[in-house]
Ligand binder design. Structure first.
Ligand code: 7TS
Length: 418
């Protein structure tokens, strides 16, 4: 054997059965009968043992407040908490650790930008541009801002396959446009938008771009420097981490000049009744006791994903997507909503005239968890002239056998109700 072979780095392999063993919740029988088939991942993902154990260890061994307790437990908690920030920084490939702001979820991240950056930079007659496939979290905060400031919300149209009209996008960028808010991957359609190109187009006119990465961050690797986005948000609970923790990434030069949002402890340097001076980044935006175990647990989730490799996850899910797209096409009367060329990990569909909620109930009887409804994307439903869809969404632990179970469940629903 040559020494060269010995020094070759070991290539990571992806073994889905091994991955499944990391998720205790997956091995249960639904109502004691049917194996759980969890296909509601766009809603929230399940948690690996390492995340659960990290949360338990925090409470058993070093629970303490952060940035203020100068004792043994406090310094342990401080260390683990700030290590979590560095893990997020590396995960997003951000240049500076202070560009990572802890918030509750993606929704809060967008609201923070709308309420701070927005109030400073948006005035009467200005425009905010979002796309036709946004989640409500990237519509309503901008609508609220526009109403307050006398600005207008404009919308990039999409085609019936669920792809954004890039020509229309260019035309909608005007000297009045103050910010573009774009979903990276649609939760209702699965479309993956060409955000890198779209960001570059906006930047040609000096317009900043906020990316809603709630759906993309757990399916593909993200590089905020390469994308050159100005803001990027995601939620920990979709990234195999705990609920209640989310991330706002912002370019340092933008965050530095933004006023704080919430006032209170930790976000200040000095306070008197005459004047308060604010803390440096990132603490300026983190008032009050933060979600300490959320940050530490999210760090454990990021370690876990790095161990699997985001490229391996993306490849595994792409294979499942191809398999599922073909298998679902065989189900009579199934109409896929969202057929974009670049699409990931979401099957959103109608089954003939059967109400999506009825389909969901029948699938649930088979132990299959999907989401039915409007997926917090009313404008998407309005575009397609429908009231709801059935949505099956994938994560790293899903298998072909689970897609087969979904297909069988849909055949059953079609026989019962069709
Ligand atoms: N943006 C997108 C694209 C989303 O899919 C979601 C949540 C959010 C923002 C908001 O995330 P949160 O963690 O702040 O609530 N989407 C979904 C979904 O598709 N099903 O349940 C929640």
């Amino acid at each position: 054997m040559s020494t060269n072979t010995l020094t070759q780095p070991k290539k990571k392999t992806f073994d889905v059965e091994k991955v499944r063993k990391d998720f205790p919740i997956l091995s249960q029988l639904v109502r004691g009968k049917k194996p759980l088939v969890y296909l509601d991942n766009a809603n929230t993902t399940q948690k690996p043992k390492c995340v659960i154990n990290t949360l338990v260890r925090y409470y058993r061994e070093y629970n303490s407040n952060v940035h203020r307790a100068s004792h043994y437990l406090g310094s342990k908690a401080d260390h683990a908490y700030e290590k979590g920030r560095h893990k997020v920084q590396n995960f997003l490939k951000a240049r500076h650790f202070e560009e990572i702001i802890f918030v509750r979820n993606a929704t809060e991240g967008i609201n923070l930008v709308a309420q701070t950056w927005g109030r400073r930079n948006v005035d009467k007659g200005d425009e905010i541009l979002v796309s036709a496939m946004e989640h409500h979290a990237n519509i309503v905060p901008w609508q609220m801002l526009c109403e307050e400031r006398g600005a207008t919300l404009k919308v990039i149209p999409m085609s019936d396959s669920g792809e954004l009209d890039l020509e229309a996008y260019e035309k909608l960028l005007t000297p009045q446009t103050r910010l573009v808010g774009l979903v990276h991957m649609s939760n209702a359609l699965g479309t993956v938008n060409p955000i890198k190109e779209m960001i570059a187009t906006a930047h040609k006119q000096g317009i900043p771009v906020l990316i809603d990465g709630a759906q993309s961050a757990y399916h593909m690797s993200i590089d905020v420097q390469e994308l050159d986005c100005d803001f990027f948000v995601f939620s920990g609970h979709k990234l195999y981490g705990p609920t209640g923790i989310g991330i706002l990434y912002g370019k340092r030069e933008l965050l530095e000049v933004m006023p704080p949002w919430m006032g209170g402890g930790d976000m200040i340097l000095t306070v008197s009744f005459d004047k308060t001076t604010y803390n440096d980044l990132p603490f300026k935006f983190e008032a009050g006791t933060p979600h300490i175990e959320g940050v530490i647990g999210l760090g454990a989730a990021i370690d876990y994903l790095n161990g699997l490799g985001m490229e391996n996850i993306a490849k595994h899910e792409a294979e499942l997507m191809a398999y599922g797209t073909e298998a679902l096409a065989q189900v009579p009367d199934l109409k896929m909503i969202g057929t974009a060329k670049h699409k990931a990990s979401v099957f959103s569909f109608m089954l003939g005239e059967i109400h999506p909620q009825d389909v969901g109930t029948i699938l649930d009887m088979e132990g299959i968890a999907v989401r039915t409804g409007q997926h917090c994307a009313h404008p998407v439903m309005q575009h397609f002239g429908i009231s709801a869809t059935v949505r099956a969404s994938l994560a790293c632990y899903n298998t072909r056998a689970e897609i087969d179970a979904l297909v069988q469940g849909l055949h059953k629903a079609h026989r019962f109700m069709g």
